[in-house]
Design a binder for this molecule. Structure first.
Ligand SMILES: Nc1ncnc2c1ncn2[C@@H]1O[C@H](COP(=O)(O)OP(=O)(O)OP(=O)(O)O)[C@@H](O)[C@H]1O
Length: 341
C-alpha cells in the first residue's frame, strides 16, 4: 500500500461510545456513499462476543455489492475490517439474507443511504419531492413474511426512491398535540395491559385504540408475537413504543413494556423517539443546510452516530442538552448529491 493511499483511509475505532453494530453500519454506509475508504478496528468491542456476527457480515456484503467495494476481514468473529468503495452499480433488485433471525431493518440501515442517492432511478424525482415525510422522501416497505426468533425466515421488500438532489433539512422543534394512540398487537392480554398502563400514565382512554392482529399461518415462520404502539401528533410526529414476546416473557409484561416505552418517549416532549433519534443523524448530516431536532435525552447510539457522521462527512453538529430530559440537535448538513460522489 502506498503512503498516499494509506493516508486517505479513514481509521475508525469501533469501540467508540456505544461500540456496537450501529457504528459499523453508519461508517460503512457513509464510506459507500461518499466513496471514502475506511478501516475499522475493535469492531463491536463493547458486545459479547465482540466482532462481526452473521447479520453484520451480510450488511457489509450488501453495501459492498452496491458500490463494488473491495473488502477485507468481513467474516464472522472478525474485529477488523477494510472497506474500499468503487463505483455504484445497481441491479434492479438487490437481496441480502443473514441466514439467521437477524433484523431485516438493520440490513436496510446500511444499504438505504446509498440506494437513496444511487444514480439509477431519477424518474422517481417528482414522487420524492411531494412526499410528506420529514426529509421529503417516501420509501415503501412490504412485509412478505414474518420470521420469529430463533428461526428467522422473514422477508421484506423495500422500494427506495432515488433522489437527484440533496435532502431537505428538517426543523422539528414543536411536537404538537397527540391525536390518537393507535396500536397493533396480537393477544388480548397484551392489549388490556398496554391499555391499562397508558391510562395510568394519564393518557385519556378515548385517545387509545389498539387493534389485535393475527397473522395467517402461511405468512409467518415460527411462533411469536409483539406489540407496536404509536402516538401521532397534529404536527406530523410519530412517537412509538414496542415490545416482542419471547418464551420467557409473560404476555402481560410485553404489553406493559411497550406502553412504558411509549410513555417514556411522550414524556420528554421531543419530536422524535429514542430510536428515530440515532437513525436520523446520517440524514441530517447529508441534507442541505440547517436541521434542528428537539428530542429527549441523547442515547449513546446517537452520540456514536454523530461522531461517525462528523468524521466521515464534515457536517457540524451542535448539541443543547437542556436539562436531563430534553436535547436540541442542530446540524449544518453538507448538501450531498449523487454528483458529489
Ligand atoms: N424497538 C426498536 N424500535 C425501533 N428501532 C430500534 C429498536 N431497538 C433498536 N432500534 C434501532 O436499531 C439500531 C440497532 O440497535 P441495537 O442496540 O439493537 O444494536 P447495535 O448496538 O447497533 O448492534 P449490535 O447489538 O449488533 O452490536 C439502532 O439504530 C436503534 O435505534
Amino acid at each position: 500500500m502506498t503512503s498516499s493511499i494509506a493516508q486517505s483511509i479513514v481509521q475508525i475505532d469501533g469501540s467508540f461510545c456505544e461500540g456496537g453494530g450501529q457504528l459499523l453500519r453508519n461508517a460503512v454506509a457513509l464510506s459507500a456513499l461518499l466513496s471514502k475508504p475506511i478501516s475499522i478496528f475493535n469492531v463491536r468491542q463493547n458486545r459479547r462476543p465482540p466482532g462481526l456476527r452473521r447479520q453484520h457480515e451480510a450488511g457489509i456484503n450488501l453495501a459492498a455489492s452496491i458500490c463494488s467495494a473491495d473488502t477485507k476481514g468481513v467474516e464472522v468473529d472478525s474485529t477488523m475490517i477494510d472497506f474500499r468503495p468503487g463505483p455504484i452499480q445497481l441491479p434492479k433488485t438487490l437481496s441480502a439474507d443473514p441466514g439467521t433471525a437477524g433484523s431485516t431493518t438493520l440490513l436496510l440501515q446500511i444499504a438505504f443511504p446509498c440506494l437513496l442517492f444511487s444514480p439509477s432511478a431519477h424518474q422517481a424525482e417528482s414522487e420524492s419531492q411531494e412526499a410528506p415525510y420529514h426529509f421529503g422522501i417516501s420509501p415503501t416497505l412490504t412485509v412478505h413474511r414474518r420470521g420469529y426468533y430463533p428461526k428467522g425466515g422473514g422477508s421484506v421488500l423495500c422500494t427506495v426512491p432515488a433522489i437527484p438532489g440533496p435532502l431537505f433539512p428538517v426543523v422539528l422543534t414543536e411536537r404538537g398535540e397527540v391525536n390518537c394512540d393507535p396500536g397493533e398487537c396480537p393477544p388480548q392480554r397484551m392489549v388490556s395491559d398496554a391499555h391499562r398502563t397508558l391510562v395510568a400514565s394519564g393518557i385519556p382512554a378515548r385517545k387509545i385504540s389498539i387493534t389485535a392482529v393475527r397473522e395467517r399461518d402461511q405468512d409467518v415462520v415460527g411462533a411469536g408475537g409483539g406489540i407496536l404502539l404509536w402516538a401521532e401528533t397534529d404536527k406530523g410526529c410519530l412517537i412509538a413504543g414496542s415490545a416482542v414476546s419471547i418464551k420467557e416473557k409473560k404476555p402481560k409484561r410485553v404489553g406493559e413494556e411497550a406502553a412504558k416505552e411509549l410513555v417514556r418517549n411522550l414524556s420528554h416532549g421531543g419530536c422524535v423517539d429514542e430510536y428515530l433519534q440515532d437513525q436520523m443523524i446520517i440524514f441530517l448530516a447529508l441534507a442541505q443546510g440547517t436541521s434542528i431536532v428537539k428530542t429527549g435525552p441523547l442515547t449513546d447510539h446517537t452520540r456514536t452516530a454523530i461522531h461517525i457522521a462528523q468524521r466521515m462527512t464534515g457536517a457540524r453538529f451542535h448539541l443543547d442538552e437542556n436539562g436531563p430530559d430534553s436535547t436540541t440537535i442542530t446540524c449544518e448538513g453538507i448538501g450531498f448529491t449523487p454528483s458529489s460522489r
